[in-house]
Design a protein around this ligand. Structure first.
Ligand code: 3PG
Length: 209
């Protein structure tokens, strides 16, 4: 799992976590992010438009590494794969999801969510060493990430949840952080208004971190 995630997201430092209501907006949104230097995107499966959005981005923008988020079940994972997503992110990890993810690891590696040491150990037992740290700010933030580094050396994290352009650099400065995720890159209002210049502006600032 670590090799697969490193291969896909190794150069990604900031991951936009997107909630999209209108699949027609998916490609211009992803183009705006690419224009700003962000080349991976997580489309959360929280809306009816999400899987269609993944399909469209995958079909139109080969340079964008597109994954799904809010993957809660083996069904979500299979739907993600069928839509063309190349990675999947979950807010937590259950044995059922872990077992399904292991069988699909070569097709769609899962980045599972963890919030503390026991979660991380459980994920490691299933072979996961690249983990989302969620909800990052609420689950202890930077001090927590720092505290996990020494006892859990094999793991690297993508903290997500409550992170902003301002707080991202401190996370990214940690050796056990490979990227951060957040919805701040794709504000709901900017998507609704089709304000792609604004998305590109935010993406540029994030890519410069
Ligand atoms: C989410 O669950 O929506 C993601 O973790 C992003 O969280 P954020 O909106 O706090 O950036």
């Amino acid at each position: 799992q670590a090799a697969a995630i490193d291969h896909l997201l190794g150069s990604t430092r900031v991951m936009p976590v997107v909630v999209i209501d209108d699949a027609d907006k998916a490609v211009p949104l992803a183009e705006a992010l690419l224009e700003g230097g962000i080349s991976a995107i997580e489309i959360t499966l929280r809306t009816d438009a999400a899987l269609d959005a993944v399909r469209r981005i995958k079909g139109s923008l080969p340079d964008m590494v597109v994954g799904t988020g809010t993957v809660l079940s083996p069904t979500h994972l299979k739907q993600s794969l069928d839509a063309g997503a190349v990675f999947a992110v979950s807010p937590g990890l259950t044995p059922r999801l872990a077992e399904a993810a292991i069988t699909l690891i070569d097709d769609i590696p899962l980045l599972p969510g963890t919030a503390g040491a026991s979660d991380v150990m459980a994920a490691m037992e299933f072979g996961f060493e690249r983990l989302k740290f969620f909800p990052a700010e609420a689950a202890g933030g930077l001090p927590m990430i720092k505290s996990l580094a020494s006892p859990l050396q094999a793991t690297k994290f993508c903290p997500t949840g409550g992170i902003s352009e301002k707080t991202a650099p401190d996370y990214l400065a940690q050796d056990n952080v490979f990227c951060v995720g957040g919805s701040w890159l794709t504000p709901k209002a900017a998507i609704a208004d089709g304000d792609w210049a604004e998305i590109t502006r935010i993406a540029k600032a994030a890519a410069a971190i």
